[in-house]
Design a protein around this ligand. Structure first.
Ligand SMILES: NC(=O)c1ccc[n+]([C@@H]2O[C@H](COP(=O)([O-])OP(=O)(O)OC[C@H]3O[C@@H](n4cnc5c(N)ncnc54)[C@H](OP(=O)(O)O)[C@@H]3O)[C@@H](O)[C@H]2O)c1
Length: 322
């Protein structure tokens, strides 16, 4: 099943080998054939994440795809449905949709078209741009799943969010506020205004303040850094509190380190899920959560976009126009 245009090929950015950004290049691939349960989406905007960059460099999910190069990376998109598989009744051609798809398998969103599982996508609110929607995907899903599957945040609970200016962190800050928490966010001084605008009750400049002595003990911590941040973070966790740590490869000891002070520690992996996407769409539509898109690139500028993420100092999200 193909879209109603004359070309059966589409432009993609392919990864031909693991390593530097010069292994990312423009190519033409066949437009995906739909399988049952899928919709074909013509992409308008995509966002990228540290996992894209780690995978390109030979970490991340590279082991999963090493025998399948060249590969198309990317998990996040917003676009317009051009065709649906015969069994898909919930979406129709012309619907504007966005999602985080297929993870940890390649979502293949560095492309003009993607075949997306219908049970992982949601309708884009009409008052939200494709870029705002494409941003609120893997990162927003991670934040929401971290806060709702591993914590029981209630009004007044104290929450610390590391890297609250980053992709995951800036959504987590807003979502923790929505859940009624008293939220502290960390970032460098340049991003203090952003954090306060997003609702942070307390702010820590991690470059000039030791966060573990800067605030009173907290009930919950979202750790986006790993390593010794876990050792330092558990020092300000209340007994019985919870730390959720997301950087795979840097957080495997979090459970035992938390247990040592009578707290709970979890690692997690974000999972594509249409129900959670619906919640995020609702948050965007109602203005409960805002995507801070700090930079937008052309599709042909994928290498520059990867380098910005690789710097470790992306503010909010970056997106690309397809
Ligand atoms: N397990 C999962 O399912 C999952 C899902 C998503 C992401 N992750 C992982 O989680 C991590 C964060 O992802 P992300 O998308 O949020 O990354 P990101 O957007 O690239 O994070 C960049 C932000 O980190 C901040 N930052 C850097 N070092 C910091 C520090 N020491 N203290 C406080 N802030 C610091 C920077 O702020 P300044 O510029 O102000 O320094 C910048 O705003 C990555 O390792 C990613 O791979 C895991």
């Amino acid at each position: 099943m193909h879209p109603t245009n004359n070309s059966l090929d589409m432009k993609v950015i392919q990864l031909t080998a693991f390593g530097d950004t010069h292994h990312l290049s423009a190519a033409e691939f066949p437009i995906p054939q739909l399988r049952l349960g899928e919709v074909l989406v013509q992409l308008k905007a995509i966002s990228i994440n540290p996992i894209d960059v780690k995978t390109r460099a030979g970490k991340g999910i590279s082991a999963l795809i090493k025998d399948r190069l060249p590969a198309i990376l990317g998990w996040d998109f917003s676009g317009i449905i051009t065709a649906v598989a015969p069994d898909v009744k919930t979406f129709h051609p012309g619907d504007e949709v966005f999602a985080f798809i297929s993870f940890p398998e390649p979502g293949q969103t560095y492309a003009e078209y993607v075949a997306a599982p219908a049970d992982q996508i949601t309708l884009k609110p009409a008052n939200i741009s494709h870029h705002q929607a494409a941003a609120a995907t893997l990162a927003a899903m991670t934040a929401w799943q971290a806060l709702t599957r591993y914590t029981e945040i209630k009004a007044g609970d104290r929450v610390l969010i590391h890297a609250a200016a980053g992709g995951v962190g800036h959504y987590a800050l807003q979502m923790a506020k929505y859940l009624g928490a008293h939220v502290t966010g960390t970032s460098s001084k340049e991003n203090e205004t952003l954090l306060r605008d997003l609702g942070a009750d307390e702010y820590i400049d991690y470059k000039t303040q030791a966060f573990e002595t800067a605030i009173a003990p907290v009930d919950y911590i979202l750790d986006t850094i790993g390593g010794d941040y876990i050792d330092r973070s558990v020092k300000i966790l209340k007994p019985g509190g919870t730390i959720v740590s997301i950087p795979s490869g840097l957080n495997e000891s979090v459970t035992e380190k938390a247990a040592a002070i009578g707290a709970k520690g979890h690692t997690m992996k974000a999972q594509p899920n249409g129900k959670d996407m619906n919640t995020i769409a609702y948050f965007l539509e109602k203005g409960i959560v805002h995507s801070h898109v700090s930079k937008t690139f052309a599709f042909s500028e994928m290498a520059q976009a990867h380098k910005l993420i690789e710097s470790g100092h992306t503010v909010g999200k970056i997106t690309l126009t397809i």
